[in-house]
Design a protein around this ligand. Sequence first.
Ligand SMILES: [Zn+2]
Ligand SMILES: [Zn+2]
Ligand SMILES: [Zn+2]
Length: 110
Amino acid sequence: MCEYRASSKSLVNRHVRAIHLREKPFSCPHDGCSYASVELKNLRVHINSVHLKRRDVACPHCSYRAANVSIMNGHIQRRHGGVGLLTGKGGHYIPGVGANKQKSATGHVQ
Ligand SMILES: [Zn+2]
Ligand SMILES: [Zn+2]
Ligand SMILES: [Zn+2]
């Protein structure tokens, strides 16, 4: 079918369904919503942000809250100059060291 190879048959099946059949196995359970995704985590983000209006990620600089880290990092880029971008996964996000403040750790003499 194509050059795709994977270590397990289920991965191949997922690839075929997503890429070749364009199937999106994770569909939103909410009435009247047609959202569907290949990845369960994308569906979770959709439900949290669209239906539950959850804002789990708090800005380390101000009272702004976002539904996910990429939205929050966009906020931090725009509002706070990219200082303290969040990193991590599994729902435990920690503020990173600000790009502007980390220069001395790279070996450059100030
Ligand atoms: Zn393929
Ligand atoms: Zn939905
Ligand atoms: Zn902020």
